[in-house]
Design a binder for this molecule. Structure first.
Ligand code: AIR
Length: 172
């Protein structure tokens, strides 16, 4: 690895509570991949398969994972359980797929006791979960900071273009 490159090993572990979560969770991985950040998705539930969660965390520590993202719907305790088992930064992604469309997951994820923080993004906020993970990693890896600058520039351009097109269509 040169001084200004991104490590190729897995930097971000993305845990999610059910295979049914994958359509949203895969967007986190894709956004990280776009920034050149290697991640892995683990399907493991804080309630159904807690041992799998803890075994993964032990492996993740050994293999140099640096940020963890916990995704779950309904009684979404996964990110909190992960935060109780590690000192790595933990991001919580509450999913809106249950009968209460995510308010339950949001509150279950965000309302952590003092000393065990979960940095919780919006319901189904897959992109922000990825960007927040990248911002944490950018403190250590300048190449990731550059990717964030590039992504923000692209987003701004897209926004300006959409605004121009919307205004132009009003004049027709
Ligand atoms: N879940 C799984 N174990 C604990 C929780 N909170 C979540 C999953 C999923 C929802 O419960 O993350 O969003 C419903 O899971 P399933 O497998 O029944 O679709």
């Amino acid at each position: 690895m040169t001084e200004n490159s991104i490590p190729t090993h897995c930097l971000v572990g993305i845990l999610t509570g059910s295979p049914n979560d994958l359509p949203t969770v895969v967007k986190v991985r894709d956004c990280l991949t776009e920034m050149g950040i290697t991640s892995e998705i683990i399907v493991a539930s804080a309630h159904r398969t807690p041992d799998k969660v803890f075994n993964y965390l032990d492996r993740a520590h050994k293999e140099g994972v640096q940020v963890l993202i916990g995704c779950a719907g309904v009684a979404a305790h996964l990110a909190g359980v992960v935060a109780g088992h590690t000192r790595l930064p933990v991001i919580g992604l509450p999913l809106g797929n249950g009968p209460l469309t995510g308010l339950d997951s949001l509150l279950s994820t965000v309302q952590m006791p003092p000393g065990v923080p979960v940095a919780t993004v919006a319901i189904d906020g897959a992109k922000n979960a990825a960007v927040l993970a990248a911002r944490i990693l950018a403190l250590k890896y300048p190449a990731i900071d550059q990717k964030l600058i590039d992504m923000a520039n692209q987003d701004r351009k897209r926004y300006e273009q959409t605004a121009d097109e919307a205004l132009a269509s009003l004049k027709k």
